[in-house]
Unconditional design. Structure first.
Ligand SMILES: Nc1ncnc2c1ncn2[C@@H]1O[C@H](COP(=O)(O)OP(=O)(O)O)[C@@H](O)[C@H]1O
Ligand SMILES: [Mg+2]
Length: 360
């Protein structure tokens, strides 16, 4: 196993702990970092990140997943560490995904990423005027609600207008959205270019929200090629290599509802019987290794120059061969430039004046 360090910056939920356990199979060090104990100190000379009062150590991989309350902090931490660390979510992903209005705005006019018709205004008075122009029922939503808690169903303009007045006490803008009459949604977990797992969630009787927190049930679901393409595109547009995408099926085809950069893993693991946390851990490890290897390659090129090793072609080098106790000893850069690992099974092809090492 390579010596790679993972830091998981999160709120220490059960899902995060599931990832930590799986990551221990791959990374040599895995740290659970409680985002609530993270501080950033900066001035014109330097930026320092503290964890529990001490400077945060360096990691090869940082995976940040937390609630919308810490979206700005996650944005900041990603910007600070992105040069030297593999981070599966771009800084902006935390702001975009934690706000359904910004998510929809990112996808607006995208040919693949269709959404229910969505409206958003700064002022409640504008929203109230708009409500009179709609066909009912409709959905009202808080942009950063989760677990179905910020989603409200309204059957008439009259009820919608009074709801909007009542909701004005929260002093938050509201999303108004077309209601899609199907009491289920599809939850898909994306890791890189793969779908790690997917399920169909069915709302409990009398409920329109399919979230498990709202008593919904779920069953395994195999994504169609269209939904797969949508989910990969949605993740890419938002800048998240790991995320969950919620999709609702309408008469006009599948529509995106939201992207979740900190999805719960218990339900989907139970329903799909797949090791989703394991898939995430493995993805983090593979990407981190790839980046580490290419960095090592660059570094070894520098070292080669310093050691006087001459490069005489794209991958040809002239060295003085070392044979010690009858064994050929190759310089370290040869190992680093290759992707060979210790104890890997290889085939040696040997002729009079040529040795080739091939991966099996
Ligand atoms: N426009 C809509 N039409 C019909 N049902 C909806 C709509 N928007 C949301 N829902 C239902 O409410 C649930 C929660 O909505 P979602 O936008 O995913 O917010 P949350 O972040 O709270 O999960 C969805 O899974 C779906 O069942
Ligand atoms: Mg949702």
């Amino acid at each position: 196993m390579e010596n790679l360090k993972l830091g998981l910056i999160c709120m220490t939920s059960i899902s995060s702990q599931m990832i930590i356990e799986e990551a221990k199979k791959y990374f040599s060090q895995v740290d659970l970092i409680d985002i609530r104990k993270v501080e950033i100190m900066m001035n014109n000379k330097q930026t320092k990140v503290l964890y529990d009062g001490k400077e945060l150590e360096n990691y090869d991989c940082l995976y940040l997943k937390s609630s919308h309350r810490y979206a700005e902090l996650m944005y900041g931490l990603t910007e600070i560490f992105k040069e030297d660390t593999f981070i599966p979510l771009q800084a902006q992903a935390h702001l975009l995904a934690h706000n359904k209005f910004l998510t929809h705005l990112t996808y607006a006019q995208n040919k693949i990423l269709k959404m229910p018709d969505t409206y958003y205004a700064a002022k409640i008075s504008e929203t109230k005027n708009f409500l009179q122009t709609l066909n009912y029922p409709i959905i009202l939503k808080f942009p950063s609600g989760t677990h179905g808690k910020g989603v409200i169903f309204s059957e008439s303009s009259k009820s919608a207008r009074s709801m909007v007045d009542a909701l004005d006490v929260f002093k938050q803008p509201l999303i108004v959205q077309d209601y899609i009459n199907i009491q289920s949604d599809i939850r898909v977990i994306v890791t890189g270019n793969k779908i790690a797992g997917s399920m169909r969630r069915i709302a409990a009787g009398g409920e329109i929200r399919a979230n498990a927190h709202m008593g919904g049930n779920a069953e395994p679901y195999v994504v169609t090629s269209q939904i797969k393409e949508m989910c990969l595109e949605a993740a890419k547009r938002i800048g998240a290599k790991i995320c969950a995408v919620d999709i609702i099926e309408s008469d006009y085809g599948p529509l995106i509802l939201e992207v979740n950069t900190s999805p719960g893993l218990q339900k989907i693991t139970e329903v799909t019987k797949k090791n989703i946390a394991g898939e995430i851990a493995q993805y983090l490890f593979e990407e981190t290794s790839k980046i580490k290897q290419s960095k090592d390659k660059l570094q070894s090129r520098d070292l080669m120059g310093q050691a006087g090793i001459e490069e005489i072609g794209e991958r040809d080098f002239q060295i003085d061969l070392v044979v010690r106790n009858g064994k050929i000893v190759l310089p370290e850069f040869v190992t680093k430039m290759s992707s060979f690992r210790d104890e890997e099974e290889v085939t040696l092809k040997i002729t009079d004046n040529k040795i080739e090492i091939l991966k099996d």
